[in-house]
Write a protein that binds this ligand. Structure first.
Ligand code: UDP
Ligand code: MG
Length: 330
C-alpha cells in the first residue's frame, strides 16, 4: 500500500446524525471490495446535532474515515470546497450524506475513471419521492441554465460525481468566492462522461436545502455562469425605443389627418416618457455589459487549463496563469 489513497470520498454533513452510521456501514463495505486503499472525508458544516461526535467515533473505529469540521454552517458548496481541499486521492468522489446518492453507484463511477475519463457525472434518471414542485423547478432550472450559461452544464447532474486528481487541483486553484461547483466543474474541461442512476429518497432526517437555499443556489449558478441577464436591460431599452418611434409616427399621422383631436397631447407625453425610459435602460444595459466584464476580471480565473505538456516546463505566467495540473511531460 502506498501512502496516497486511490480514492477520496467527500461527504458534506449538516445535521445528519441518523444517516452517518448507515453511510459508514455501506461505504466501508463497498470500499473493502472496490478500492481498499481509500479515504472518506466528512465535512461537518457546523452541525448542531451529534454528527461531529459520530464522526469522531467512526474515525476511531476506522481510520479511513476522516473528518473536517467547519466552525459554522457555511453552506453545502463551501463544505464541498473544503472537502476537496483536503483530499489526497487520485480519484475524488463527492456525494451527499443522506444516501440519496446510492454508494453502489461508486463502482460505476470508478469503472469510467479507470477507462480514462477525468470527470464522471452521476446523472439522475428518476427522482423518487421528491416533492413535485422541486422536480418541476429542478427540471426547468437545468434547461434554462443550459441556454444561458457560457459553459455546457450537463442536465440532471447534481454534485454527485467523480473527479480526477488533476481536475480537483484545478478547482482548488480557482480563486472565486462564489463557488457554484457544478459550473466550475463543467468549465474546467477534461474528458467528461456520465453514468445514469435513480435518485433514492432520503434515508433519514429532514431536507437541509430549504427553498431559500435552493433559490440562492440557482441565482448563484446563473449569475456566475452567464452575463445574459445584464443584456436584458439593453433588449428592454431597444424595444421601448422602437415603441417610442412608433408613437412619434402615430402622432404625426394624427396631427396631419385629425388636427382637432385632443389625444395628440397625451400621445406626445407618452412617447416622451417611453423615449427617455428607453435611453436610460439602454445606458444601464451598456453599463451592465462593462460591469459584467469587470466581474469576470475580478474573479481572476486562469485563462485556460493545461492537460499535458511536451518539452516545456509547466511554469505559471502571472497574467495568464495557466494551471498545469500535475501536467505530464511527454
Ligand atoms: N448540507 C450541508 N450544508 C448545508 C445544507 C446541506 O453540508 O447548509 C449537506 C447535507 O448534509 C447533505 C447535502 O448537503 O449531505 C445535500 O443536502 P440535502 O439532502 O438537504 O439537499 P437535497 O440536494 O437532497 O435537496
Ligand atoms: Mg438530499
Amino acid at each position: 500500500m502506498t501512502d496516497q489513497p486511490e480514492c477520496s470520498i467527500v461527504i458534506p454533513v449538516y445535521n445528519e446524525q441518523e444517516n452517518l452510521p448507515e453511510i459508514h456501514r455501506r461505504i466501508a463495505a463497498l470500499l473493502d471490495q472496490l478500492s481498499p486503499n481509500s479515504e472518506v472525508i466528512f465535512v461537518d458544516d457546523g452541525s448542531r446535532d451529534c454528527s461531529l461526535e459520530m464522526m469522531r467515533a467512526i474515525h476511531a473505529q476506522d481510520a479511513r474515515f476522516r473528518y473536517v469540521s467547519l466552525a459554522r454552517n457555511f453552506g453545502h458548496q463551501i463544505a464541498v470546497t473544503a472537502g476537496l481541499y483536503y483530499t489526497t486521492g487520485q480519484a475524488v468522489i463527492v456525494m451527499d450524506a443522506d444516501l440519496q446518492d446510492p454508494p453502489e453507484v461508486i463502482a460505476a463511477l470508478l469503472q469510467k475513471w479507470r477507462e480514462g475519463y477525468q470527470i464522471v457525472y452521476a446523472r439522475r434518471v428518476r427522482r423518487k419521492q421528491e416533492r413535485w414542485l422541486k422536480r418541476v423547478l429542478a427540471y426547468w432550472f437545468y434547461r434554462v441554465i443550459r441556454v444561458l450559461a457560457e459553459v455546457d452544464i450537463p442536465p440532471d447532474t447534481g454534485d454527485f460525481c467523480l473527479m480526477d486528481r488533476r481536475v480537483v487541483d484545478v478547482l482548488n486553484a480557482m480563486p472565486e468566492r462564489n463557488r457554484y461547483l457544478r459550473g466550475l466543474r463543467a468549465w474546467v474541461g477534461f474528458r467528461q462522461t456520465d453514468v445514469a442512476y435513480d435518485r433514492e429518497p432520503r434515508f433519514a432526517g429532514e431536507v437541509k436545502y430549504t427553498f431559500r437555499k435552493s433559490f440562492a443556489l440557482a441565482v448563484n449558478g446563473i449569475v456566475s455562469l452567464s452575463r445574459a441577464p445584464l443584456r436584458l436591460a439593453t433588449y428592454f431599452g431597444l424595444s421601448a425605443a422602437g415603441l417610442a418611434m412608433l408613437m412619434v409616427v402615430l402622432v404625426i399621422y394624427w396631427r396631419i389627418y385629425y388636427p382637432s383631436a385632443t389625444l395628440v397631447g397625451y400621445a406626445i407625453i407618452t412617447a416622451a416618457i417611453f423615449f427617455f425610459g428607453a435611453v436610460q435602460l439602454i445606458c444601464l444595459g451598456i453599463l451592465g455589459e462593462y460591469i459584467g466584464r469587470i466581474y469576470e476580471e475580478v474573479k481572476g480565473r486562469p485563462l485556460f487549463t493545461v492537460q499535458e505538456v511536451s518539452g516545456v516546463l509547466p511554469v505559471s505566467h502571472e497574467p495568464i496563469r495557466p494551471i498545469h495540473s500535475a501536467a505530464r511531460t511527454v
